[in-house]
Design a protein around this ligand. Sequence first.
Ligand code: 13P
Ligand code: SF4
Length: 348
Amino acid sequence: MTQFSLPDYTLTSDQVPLVPSLSLPEVQRQQLKSEIKAQLKALDAALVAHYYVAGDIQELAEETGGCVSDSLEMARFGRDHPAQTLIVSGVRFMGETAKILSPEKQVFMPTLNAECSLDLGCPPEAFAEFIDQHADRTVVVYANTSARVKALADWVVTSSCALEIITALDRAGEKILWAPDQHLGGYIQNQTKADMLLWSGACVVHEEFKTQALEDMRRVYPDAGVLVHPESPAGVIELADAVGSTSAIINAARELPNKEFIVATDRGIFHKLRQLNPDKVFIEAPTAGDGATCRSCAHCPWMAMNELKCLNRVLGDAIYRAQNEIHIDSSIAERARLPLDRMLGFKA
Ligand code: 13P
Ligand code: SF4
């Protein structure tokens, strides 16, 4: 394996906003939900949401003919849906991906401030230099990147398809330059033994899961299955019964025989896990323990910005909506589309 030393692109805690914890009274929630349904209809818009956003928003997406899914299926759904207006509830790279794949559609988000630490930790200029230094490598970037970074890549992958795509590239004899998530990259490198040079970004949420505390928790719940998103540190992944994307975690919870699960990913996923498995118990993997910083405590601060009030505002207030529309320079979008199309067209 090639070793290369890069600056540390892990975000410091002051770069990560505090998780908002707005909890509205039931009457107000229901009122907002019925307004949002009417507004979606009036705008003929489809709501595309990620499993990490608030349960109310996930329900709204499903009840109005939109979708709730992992980042790969969000991209596919937005591209294939006939609506000319998409409301993407997730983080910015998800809105950008929808726009790149459907330049003719208008794509809005409840707030464009919903970032992702992996995207922020991979500045396009520095990444372009990194690529120039390793021109012999095939550039594979995680979907959690800006349009400008995607425009520098040969392939885009999500955690649903990364293993298969890297396996195919490795079999074809290609050496990989991977960015930005060092943990997902390390996991794939370990599984495939591919020659991968890794950027040093990290997800501020998954990085907080603690190996020792997880081992201690397993002693308390010896029958629990452990489900882990591969953005987590290697020690946490090693303890997993199933490792994979958000949809892979949801599938594993249904298929494995365990009645209890310890889950190492954003806690927004518990809404769908509990909805689909009312007879099973889901426990948050620990973020406390040695070296704990727990700035986000297993809840992505940017996903949490997707509040009902913002969603209501982006639909009902034309000025706010215009401020939260995704725009991407057409030359960047056209170039970024190539690796995205490659990913969506890939067959193992
Ligand atoms: P998935 O592609 O597994 O939905 O993950 C997206 C993400 O941002 C995980 O933190
Ligand atoms: Fe990005 Fe992590 Fe939030 Fe996912 S959970 S959007 S990887 S910061």
